[in-house]
Design a protein around this ligand. Structure first.
Ligand code: ATP
Ligand code: MG
Ligand code: MG
Ligand code: MG
Length: 570
């Protein structure tokens, strides 16, 4: 590629709303341009990175025996009603309506469509196992899209789905994917950890997240340096002993009478008559454990004159248990460590946007001895900090295997592997015929990689004051040739063209910067863009049969004989 025929568009300054370094550098290097909140164009330079990520993912998925297909971005609501996700999923699911008044969704993932394909296409156990994947546009109406491609609303995900005849098969498929993920993230040259994650309703250990370690990660992970133990935030927080701990929670001096209803308990706590109606009521359950956790929220000023049940989709008259996601969607915050056994863990609730400023709430749980005061909801509160929260919960704790103290670090979730069991096949009656001709439900797994989040995570890990430092595997170009004075010197021009041709012939993904920029500006551009290998050609060097080679991580350039330069790049 020649720069004159490509598109290089760098910025001196990043827009003020770009908070983290990867977002700033992706904008400055001209990789992406913003169209709306969480919606970006992948510019030519950025698309090259994304395509390289896709290629590696594709190679390893194919190697692991998965087959590629592409499913529609816009999907009929009927399928999503079969699994009830159309109603249950909350506002993160973008719902649209066509001219005939029919409902559709824009895919946030594609379990429904792939299960529909399986029930139509896979009739016999002889066709199993199967693993289908796609690399496709996703849309999630994230409450807080931010950090550029890190948490977009529109983004690209690789999503794979495995179909097996029994649990043992499904577990083998899961392990094959977990293995493929390790190979993929190794190839990206990133420092990451696979951590145990909550496997939701299914139980067991078959869910892992792949977390890239980075100081700006939104997630927190806990691990034991002395053993293999590593878990994501939710899973690690579930270890926390009962009882409130941490700055954001305080036990009330008076506690509920054991056995009383929460309403009665809170009324008692507040010293108000029980018939007082509450101002806002949220019922929550932890989907995974199925234990009913509920949470009653009352204004601390005791002015309770209006029942306002959480506006969650599908909420019918009376009470219903809301899911964690619904709580988060409604209140604009995660329900803290609303754990499987009542509110026996620290609760930290910070809301933004949807809820007006509210201060000093009291939260009561239907577990005796656990009520918290001073819970604040409001825009101007600090954002919840995953690492600080997890430290609050787990400070000084030993890992479950007893082998050492837990360490807590920030991470960026770039991949997730998940054993689903028959959750979707059951809901959609997706069966195949076994050896005895009996219909059986597919055992499934799903496996995601954040294709467009990955470059952002890579930059968080690989940058310096001058810009990005791409790992070779996903650099927009592996090498750049920077001729100085190409327009004035026939010798420089000839050497540049020859080197360019040699690199291409050797299979190097090279760019020749023939724009005629001044050396300073040219070097600054490529340092910002982060091309790992740079070769500078000047008349003076050529006179001595030499070029200048510099790796993006090297402190200075080294003189290299023209004939030897290729060896540095390959
Ligand atoms: P997060 O916890 O960051 O919201 P998730 O757990 O909701 O992610 P999954 O449903 O597991 O995401 O999707 C698989 C992968 O897709 C994630 O591991 C992540 O890399 C990527 N991903 C999810 N949401 C986004 C997003 N809004 N922008 C970019 N990538 C995303
Ligand atoms: Mg999410
Ligand atoms: Mg997650
Ligand atoms: Mg996930």
């Amino acid at each position: 590629m020649k720069a004159s025929q490509f598109f290089v568009s760098t910025l001196k300054e990043a827009p003020a709303d770009a908070e983290i370094i990867s977002h700033q550098l992706m904008l400055r290097a001209g990789l992406i341009r913003k169209l709306g909140a969480g919606i970006y164009s992948y510019m030519p330079m950025g698309l090259r990175v994304i395509r390289k990520v896709e290629r590696i993912v594709r190679e390893e998925m194919n190697r692991a025996g998965a087959v590629e297909l592409t499913m529609p971005v816009v999907q009929p609501a009927e399928l999503w009603q079969e699994t009830q996700r159309f109603d249950k999923m909350g506002p993160e699911l973008l719902r649209i309506r066509d001219r005939h008044g029919r409902d559709f969704v824009v895919q946030p993932t594609s379990e429904e469509v792939i299960t529909d394909i399986a029930r139509q296409e896979l009739h016999s156990y002889k066709q199993l196992p199967r693993n289908f994947y796609q690399i496709q546009t996703k849309f999630r109406d994230e409450r807080r899209p931010r950090f550029g491609l890190m948490r977009g609303r529109e983004f690209i995900m690789k999503d794979a789905y495995s179909f097996d005849r029994d649990q043992a098969g499904a577990k083998a498929s899961y392990q094959a994917m977990a293995q493929a993920y390790r190979r993929i993230f190794d190839r990206f040259g990133l420092s990451y950890r696979a951590v145990a994650a909550d496997s939701g309703a299914i139980g067991g250990d078959l869910s892992e997240e792949f977390q890239v370690l980075a100081a700006t990660g939104e997630d927190a992970i806990a691990y034991c340096p002395q053993s293999d133990y590593a878990a994501n935030r939710e899973k690690a927080a579930a270890l926390a002993p009962a009882g409130p701990r941490g700055a954001a929670t305080q036990a009330l001096t008076r506690t509920a009478t054991p056995g009383s209803s929460t309403c009665a308990a809170v009324a008692e706590l507040l010293g108000v008559p029980l018939q007082t109606t509450v101002k806002s009521l949220v019922l929550a359950t932890d989907e995974g454990s199925k234990s009913q956790v509920w949470l009653l929220l009352l204004r601390g000023d005791h002015e309770m004159n209006e029942i306002k049940v959480a506006k969650v989709p599908g909420l019918d008259a009376g009470f219903r248990f809301a899911t964690r996601d619904e709580i988060e969607d409604h209140f604009g915050c995660p329900p803290g460590y609303l754990g499987p056994i009542g509110l026996k863990k620290p609760l930290r609730i910070v809301a933004d946007r949807e809820v007006a400023l509210m201060a000093d709430w009291i939260c009561g749980a239907n577990a005796p001895d656990f009520h918290v005061t001073g819970v604040n909801w409001g825009r101007d509160l600090p954002e919840p900090d995953a690492v600080a929260d997890l430290r609050n919960v787990l400070s000084g704790d030993r890992s479950p295997d007893g082998k050492g103290l837990l360490a807590i670090e920030r991470g960026i979730e770039v991949g997730h592997v998940f054993y689903l069991g028959t959750k979707y096949s059951q809901a959609m009656n997706a069966t195949f015929l076994d050896e005895n001709g009996k219909p059986r439900l597919f055992e499934m797994g799903c496996y995601g990689i954040g294709v467009t989040r990955l470059p952002a995570a890579a930059i968080e890990q690989n940058h310096d004051a001058r810009g990005i430092i791409w790992p070779d595997a996903i650099a927009p170009f592996t090498a750049v040739i920077c001729p100085i004075g190409m327009d004035r010197s026939a010798a420089v021009q000839a050497a540049a063209e020859k080197l360019y041709a040699d690199f291409l012939a050797a299979g190097v993904d090279v760019l020749l910067d023939d724009r005629g920029e001044r050396p300073g500006a040219m070097f600054a551009d490529w340092e910002l863009i982060g091309v790992p290998h740079r070769v500078v050609i000047s008349e003076r060097g050529l006179g001595e049969g030499q070029l200048e080679y510099q790796h993006r991580r090297d402190p200075a350039a080294t003189r290299v004989a023209c004939a030897d330069v290729l060896a540095h790049v390959k």
